[in-house]
Design a protein around this ligand. Structure first.
Ligand SMILES: *Cc1c(COP(=O)(O)O)cnc(C)c1O
Length: 676
């Protein structure tokens, strides 16, 4: 009893501490920090205007006061104001992401430092395609890359090899595209180089970075060298050519290699030149984001070469199924460009067993099958901040457990600990980084991958074949040459940079915010019993897959209903009340939610049967191929809850938003049952 009182008092202190810490971070759902935002923005706006005047104060002003009183001027101002007010009116039907009643998509309130940085930087309009268009801010983007790389445990000290680098993208989709674009550039390179050596009969002799005899090796062997080896091999080979050949001959040969790369020949041309070499595949968990199918279409591999690996009943990639897929690929000599692990799936927040991907690679490498590992951490990437001490070391799982009731499970902890072994990572500052949209990031463990990307002609290779810090900085200052995008807003990078400066990406700073999102998930999970009691005898509520992090999905079945089709209709009717869309009046909404479907094809038989049992449904109503006209369905409709708003579990007036949401949901279910 004493213990309980004591614990409660401690909890209260912790809650108060957290509220205090949180209070200046966001504008607030009631715009509580209005003065703060206004004051800083006006100050920085004025600062910008003074700057304009001071660029060349000797020049006379171009817009005169008389002009400003002309009819044309006033007419334009009237038009502009009318249209801007019109826009402002329309914007009121935006989904109120900032409000803790919004638990739908992956958006919440924006951190003030990032929001202000974005607004203010836009006034200066830097273009991060090159430092010539962004002399002041391009450096910040590269810093963001290193800040994020450090959070994942990559080496960012250029005195040690390999050194990471990263940059900002428009979002996770582009970062995912770029990962495959880079892997293709690196992994196909030895095939082109060996073909040219064979053509010229140039015998390179034993190489330090490559155990193979390049002239005799098969394309399969050359493709399975591994990222770091290929980077080393290219440097070694080009150095060798320069030593052995005249400068002109070396250039010609380097240009010839360039011309034989898949990027130059195209997929069809490369296939002709390498008839025995099959099109590579990319392996993703069944739960992967649809951007991966897009990426394969875009790069010309074709979505048929996206191999979906089954997931476990935690919705994590099944390591045994991955192993089987790799065995199949090896047997068919089907090259594996990359295996993608998802850190925080879009639908369930599930954490794939990254450590098992890494050990699988170690094992398959010995058998001659190598693959790159990319982590799609668009959603869950920032959660890694919770695991990092300010000095960069990992917290132990025991230390982590002190902050939570369940998190992190041993599997989840091992997954985060293994991130540093991945070749590249996607992370979205515009999701769990709480900065405005238009801010994703691509990070590579080894910046040497950029050796394979330049858009410059091959004759400059002798300049490029210099791997000094100065050369890398020169490269990165021509960013547009090394990334998929061209002109891009410096404002997005500035937003992430200031955010990471104010809230460093470790357990004591940014990690506190992420920890609260995980606690939201735990609170919702632990308090579901109350929703169940409230609906006792009326409906069954289940969480189909125990959540790993901060996304929680629910299925609700009216008591006595046996058909999945009917349950899905019931769920859709509930969702209809929380849906956001073009035709929905936002004022009619009490809460804002989202939904998802789990397809029968994504589930093992045992899991499908378990879910039907827990819901009290007839297992026959969940079918891979529903009979037309029957009440069968091939998927389960779920209410999906993105619990990223840090205020969700903060108690105000004796309860919190999650309690209130559960009460709302219970009422919604009751009303819907009456309607039926
Ligand atoms: C959101 C998301 C993406 C796509 O990112 P965008 O920023 O929307 O382009 C990719 N993968 C995962 C896991 C995601 O959650």
């Amino acid at each position: 009893m004493m213990q309980d009182v004591h614990q409660q008092a401690n909890q209260k202190d912790a809650d108060l501490d957290f509220r205090r810490w949180l209070s200046p971070l966001f504008l607030g759902s009631y715009a509580e920090n209005d003065d703060l935002l206004e004051k800083i923005v006006v100050e920085l706006l004025r600062d910008h205007m003074y700057w304009r005047r001071n660029v060349h104060p000797e020049d006379p002003p171009l817009i005169s006061m008389l002009d400003q009183h002309s009819d044309e001027y006033l007419n334009f101002v009237a038009d502009m104001k009318r249209e801007l007010h019109g826009l402002s009116a329309r914007l009121k039907n935006t989904a109120p992401f900032f409000n803790p009643r919004y638990i739908g998509h992956m958006a919440s309130d924006l951190l003030l430092p990032g929001l202000i940085a974005q607004l203010v930087t836009t006034l200066y309009n830097p273009n991060h395609v090159t430092d010539e268009a962004a002399p002041a801010t391009l450096r910040l983007e590269l810093d963001v890359g290193l800040q994020l790389a450090g959070m994942f445990g990559y080496n960012t000290d250029e005195r040690h090899q390999p050194c990471a680098w990263g940059h900002v993208t428009s979002g996770g989709t582009l970062a995912n595209d770029e990962s495959l674009w880079y892997f293709r550039a690196v992994r196909y390179w030895p095939l082109a180089a060996a073909a040219v050596l064979r053509e010229t009969g140039l015998e390179p002799g034993p190489l330090r970075h490559c155990p193979l005899d390049l002239l005799a090796a098969s394309d399969w062997q050359l493709f399975n060298l591994g990222i770091d080896r290929v980077i080393g091999l290219r440097r070694e080979l080009l150095t060798l050519l320069r030593q052995r050949l005249s400068q002109d001959d070396a250039r010609v040969l380097a240009a010839r290699i360039e011309s034989q790369r898949v990027e130059a020949l195209g997929m069809a041309g490369f296939q002709q030149a390498h008839p025995g070499f099959n099109t590579p595949c990319v392996m993703v968990p069944d739960s992967a984001h649809y951007s991966w199918a897009k990426a394969l279409k875009l790069l010309g591999f074709g979505s048929a070469n996206l191999v979906s690996v089954a997931v476990t009943e935690h919705m994590r990639m099944d390591a045994a199924a991955l192993d089987q897929a790799l065995a199949d690929a090896a047997a068919q000599q089907r090259p594996v460009l990359a295996v993608i692990g998802v850190l925080g799936t879009t639908e369930f927040g599930a954490i794939d067993p990254i450590d098992k991907l890494v050990t699988a690679r170690r094992r398959w490498r010995e058998r001659g099958l190598d693959f790159a590992i990319h982590i799609d951490a668009a959603w869950g990437g920032y959660l890694a901040s919770m695991f990092r001490q300010p000095d960069g070391a990992m917290l132990s799982r025991e230390q982590m457990l002190q902050d939570f009731r369940h998190f992190p499970s041993p599997q989840v902890y091992q997954a985060f600990a293994a991130l540093r072994h991945a070749d590249s990572i996607t992370v979205d500052p515009h999701k769990l980084g709480f900065v405005p949209f238009g801010c994703g990031a691509y990070l590579a463990r080894n910046r040497g991958m950029t050796d394979f990307i330049s858009q410059r002609a091959a004759y400059v290779f002798d300049v490029e074949d210099d791997h000094t810090e100065v050369e890398y900085q020169r490269r990165f200052h021509n960013l547009g040459q090394y990334i998929l995008e061209g002109s891009k807003p410096g404002a997005a990078a500035a937003a992430a940079w200031v955010t990471h400066k104010v809230l460093p990406l470790d357990h004591d700073h940014f990690g506190r915010l992420c920890a609260q999102t995980v606690r939201n998930g735990e609170y919702f999970f632990d308090h579901l019993q109350e929703l169940r009691s409230a609906l006792h005898g009326m409906a069954r509520v289940i969480i189909p897959f125990e959540p790993d992090t901060n996304l929680v999905c629910l299925a609700i079945n009216p008591e006595g209903n046996r058909s999945l089709g009917a349950m899905n209709r019931f769920g859709r009717a509930l969702y209809e009340q929380m849906r956001v869309g073009t035709s929905v009046d936002m004022h009619t909404r009490a809460w804002f939610g989202s939904r998802t479907l789990v397809h029968r094809s994504a589930l093992a038989d045992a899991v499908a049967t378990r879910l039907m049992q827990e819901l009290g449904l007839d297992p026959a109503s969940f079918s891979l191929e529903p009979r037309p006209g029957s009440d069968q369905a091939d998927s389960i409709f779920l209410l999906r809850h993105t619990l990223m708003n840090p205020w969700l579990a903060v108690s105000t007036g004796g309860s919190n938003h999650l309690d209130r949401y559960c009460a709302y949901l219970a009422e919604l279910v009751r009303q819907q049952l009456q309607r039926q």
